[in-house]
Design a protein around this ligand. Structure first.
Ligand code: ADP
Ligand code: MG
Length: 447
């Protein structure tokens, strides 16, 4: 079974990434619902954990239905014991994981390509800038600074730039590294009194990409080195790409000279994905899943997820993967009910808290009546019906009790609220127009 999973991983991520990063994984045991795997170094274990843990879990779950968790541990001796360790197994574990071609940095993830990146209004500036840069022609900006909150595709775009540049020019030296790794490498070089070779390795690249630069906030010696690296890369005409979780103006604890250097280039923001983009992303991922594992996801589930999971793309993707993996695990089709059940805890966390105030405002606006009329004692039909609708929505969309809702509607009795809820329920069954109004208001309020 482990062999089959390894084969799938190898096919998915390519021989090179597999050999350098995934091959060293050792299978230890399946215990209950947990698979135990081991890696020879902490560095590898961290990397696998941040890049492949979810994928490993899903693959295990599809092959071995009882498995729900994957636990990684570090066992330095494993490598020695493994006869087929990395090819040309060098004595030092570290040399087996040094990615080829890039002289420093982390390997590029082939799944993060331009092709798999879905473009919408919120990310098109960043996407276009990234593409232009990756095409390798003359560009008028350097560096490219991408910023946006977590899970919106910054790292994905960086890998896509590197992958595309290398595809067009196999000799191009590309280095991708997190700002954290930059710091760790730099400090290690300092300790080893070998900063010269650190500088050389970094500055010999054609494209340098530093991810999550906010990490070096407050780290003065690292910033010093980073500033010189930036300058040398730029003045040598090499390309520099930087990402952060916020714009240069809002980065605190970073030296002004670094910020102004960054702002010289092109600063492109990535905003939260709107509904349309969320939907497109899900459709794309679902199509890919259908091809790779034959999973199908109906349109209503896709729409439901796009509507409910608004935080970021990583969570959206995670929710989809979770539903699909779990459905395969228990051998059920993915339906809307199944999705609601599987994601109940997640959805609760994402639940938008609808308030009575908001309901009253939206209903008044929708029916074009005054808020004060909605809350008044007036019994005219053009205000009485919207008022009943508002009470109905307050009961259905908030956890408030009937007496409390009554109080909030101009001090009415709880029986009035109960009557309104019953009345609207009855009317919805026969009155298409009213039913449509209530549905539209629910959507407005609840998404
Ligand atoms: P960030 O680095 O901004 O925190 P990532 O690049 O790690 O975000 O993206 C999180 C996940 O969401 C990744 O799996 C990535 O492939 C996916 N993702 C983000 N934006 C898009 C997009 N526009 N199209 C397809 N996948 C996306
Ligand atoms: Mg990232």
């Amino acid at each position: 079974m482990w062999e089959a999973i390894r084969a799938t991983l190898r096919a998915e991520c390519g021989a090179r990434t597999f050999d350098n990063w995934l091959r060293p994984i050792e299978f230890i045991a399946v215990q209950g619902d947990t698979v135990r795997l081991a890696l020879p170094t902490h560095f590898l274990a961290d990397w696998i954990s941040s890049h492949y843990l979810e994928r490993l879990r899903v693959l295990w779950a599809t092959h071995c239905p009882q498995v729900g968790h994957v636990v990684l541990s570090v066992q330095p001796a494993m490598r020695m014991a493994a006869p087929q360790a990395a090819p040309a197994a060098a004595p030092a574990a570290a040399s087996a994981v040094t990615p080829p071609e890039s002289c420093i940095g982390l390997p590029l993830e082939p799944r993060y390509s331009f092709d798999s990146f879905v473009v919408g209004k919120s990310n098109e500036l960043a996407y276009n800038a990234a593409r232009t840069l990756a095409e390798g022609g003359p560009v008028s900006f350097n560096p490219l600074f991408l910023h946006g909150t977590t899970g919106l595709g910054k790292t994905h775009l960086m890998h896509a730039i590197g992958g595309e540049l290398r595809a067009r020019n196999p000799n191009a030296k590309v280095a991708y590294l997190s700002a954290e790794k930059f710091m760790v490498e730099f400090l290690a070089a300092l300790r080893a009194k070998d900063t010269i070779s650190f500088k050389q390795r970094l500055r010999s690249v054609d494209l340098l990409m530093i991810d999550d630069v906010q990490f070096i906030a407050g780290k003065e010696s690292t910033q010093e080195e980073f500033f010189h690296t930036m300058n040398e890369i730029i003045s040598a005409g090499k390309r520099l790409v930087i990402t952060a979780d916020r714009s240069p103006q809002n980065l605190e604890g970073i030296q002004d000279r670094i910020l102004s250097r960054m702002a010289w280039g092109l600063v492109a923001d990535i905003n939260a994905a709107d509904y349309e983009l969320r939907l497109n992303i899900l459709h794309t991922k679902v199509a890919a899943m259908a091809e790779s594992i034959g999973a199908t996801v109906p349109a209503d589930v896709i729409e439901f997820l796009a509507r409910k999971i608004t935080s970021n793309v990583r969570e959206l993707e995670g929710a989809l993967n979770r539903v699909v993996a779990y459905a395969r695990l228990v051998g059920k089709p993915v339906t809307l009910d199944f999705t609601r059940e599987t994601l109940a805890d997640l959805l609760r966390a994402h639940e938008k808290k609808v308030t009575i105030d908001e309901i009253q405002r939206k209903v008044a606006e929708y029916y074009a009546i005054k808020l004060s009329d909605l809350l008044s004692a007036r019994r005219a039909r053009e205000v009485a019906r919207p008022r009943q609708v508002a009470m109905y929505l307050a009961k259905k969309l908030t956890p408030r009790s009937l007496p409390e809702i009554g109080r909030r509607f101009g001090g009415r009795d709880h029986t009035t609220v109960m009557h309104a809820v019953k009345r609207i329920d009855e009317l919805r069954a026969g009155d298409r127009e009213l039913d449509g109004d209530v549905a539209a208001l629910t959507r407005l309020l609840d998404s």
